[in-house]
Design a protein around this ligand. Structure first.
Ligand code: SAH
Ligand code: SF4
Length: 359
């Protein structure tokens, strides 16, 4: 575990045990979280202490590569976390907000057929500190976005690799760290957890973090089709997911989102739209339609624009609030599940480290 896994109390305890005054811990904590600094940059901390910190409490996050896309409005970082996992983290600048899409696991056990992460299987869970460290990097990257964006990170979505509610303890720990006013102090309302429908996790989230937003990836509105697209549906079928989301909405008084990857000829017909409309109206949910990004080895393709329009107008006629994600949403947010595939060697890295940890 890296230093981002430590609370300020734990960091203070450690530094005091080294004979340092308690205020040093505050300085280091500020440097790590508020300034997103690496130890060498903490010039207010004595050099000898910086060396000891680097040796005994490593950051556990290393930027391997950074790229910009989309005319500079998007920045991608390839991060090595805990010296063992490589994930891609994406920062997207809009006029009114800057959003980072973060991973909670390396790979995913859920096996959704349209998702590149699902094809990898689960290679490992990230720790709370590793998840939070993605956001620390994103805050550095957000400052370098062009002028028309707010110039600072405002939103966090758990839509990268992995199923956040299958790594609940660490996701919850990351939320605690990210919202701690002594650190980054993000407002919990600016965080959104996206889930395939892990029912017990939805219930816990409502209790532990009622301010955090919820997006549920439905993709199908009847159990027969959803069993096929989202294998987790066999464990938590639609009625159970709907029940958990309704309870979440009642407890938090927040509007849930429904995510729907539009797959040509599979889940984009008007029958699915009508069934989806009923669920969305019952839940008073907002629907996000995302044309499926093609993934290697899958015969499925994203729906064409005319069908997306047809599907969304069926929803709107039924009184449902529906948005089609813009091109950038498509390229970046929808591609979250396959982010690091764009980097040569990314998947290899994880395979190598998985083998290592198995031996
Ligand atoms: N496991 C969580 C969060 C990560 S996936 C979940 O499933 O919600 C983030 C979003 O990307 C989900 O809505 C997921 O369904 C979607 N997604 C995955 N692969 C996709 C693809 N190939 N095209 C479009 N959306 C995809
Ligand atoms: Fe896992 Fe989400 Fe991909 Fe399904 S869509 S395999 S739950 S990351």
């Amino acid at each position: 575990m890296g230093v981002y896994d430590l609370s300020i109390e734990q960091l203070t305890e450690r530094l005091v045990s080294w004979g340092e005054p308690a205020f040093r811990a505050r300085q280091v904590h500020d440097g790590l979280w508020r300034r997103a600094a690496v130890y060498e940059e903490m010039t207010d901390v004595p050099a000898a202490l910086r060396q000891r910190l680097a040796a005994e409490l490593p950051l556990g996050v290393e930027l391997l590569e950074e790229r910009e896309a989309d005319g500079g409005r998007t920045r991608k970082g390839l991060l090595r976390l805990g010296g063992r996992h490589v994930v891609e983290t994406v920062v997207i600048g809009y006029r009114d907000r800057v959003t980072v899409c973060i991973s909670s696991q390396v790979g995913c056990a859920m096996g959704c057929g349209f998702c590149a992460t699902g094809q990898m299987g689960l290679l490992g869970n990230l720790t709370a500190g590793e998840i939070a460290a993605e956001v620390v990097w994103a805050r550095r990257a957000a400052v370098r976005l062009p002028g028309f964006t707010p110039g600072r990170l405002t939103n966090v979505v758990f839509m990268g690799m992995g199923e956040p509610l299958s790594n609940y303890r660490h996701v919850s720990g990351a939320i605690v760290r990210l919202t701690d006013p002594r650190g980054i102090g993000l407002g919990a309302r600016h965080l959104t957890v996206s889930t395939v429908g892990v029912v017990p996790g939805i219930r816990r989230l409502a209790v532990d973090h009622p301010q955090v937003g919820l997006a549920v990836s439905l993709h199908a509105a009847d159990d027969a089709l959803r069993d096929e697209l989202v294998p987790a549906n066999r464990l938590w079928p639609l009625a159970a997911v709907e029940g958990a989301v309704a309870a979440w909405r009642d407890a938090t008084h927040r509007r849930p989102s429904i995510e729907w990857a539009m797959i040509q000829g599979v889940n984009d017909d008007d029958r699915q739209a009508s069934l989806l409309a009923r669920i969305a109206l019952r839940l008073r949910a907002h629907v996000n339609l995302i044309p499926m990004n093609p993934i290697p080895g899958s015969p499925w393709r994203g729906s064409d624009p005319a069908r997306i329009e047809g599907f969304s107008s069926t929803l709107r006629r039924a009184g449902v609030n529906a948005t089609v994600r813009d091109t950038r949403g498509r390229e970046i947010e929808a591609a979250c599940g396959q982010l690091k595939w764009e980097f040569e060697g990314g998947p290899e890295w994880n395979r190598i480290s998985a083998t290592r940890s198995a031996t």
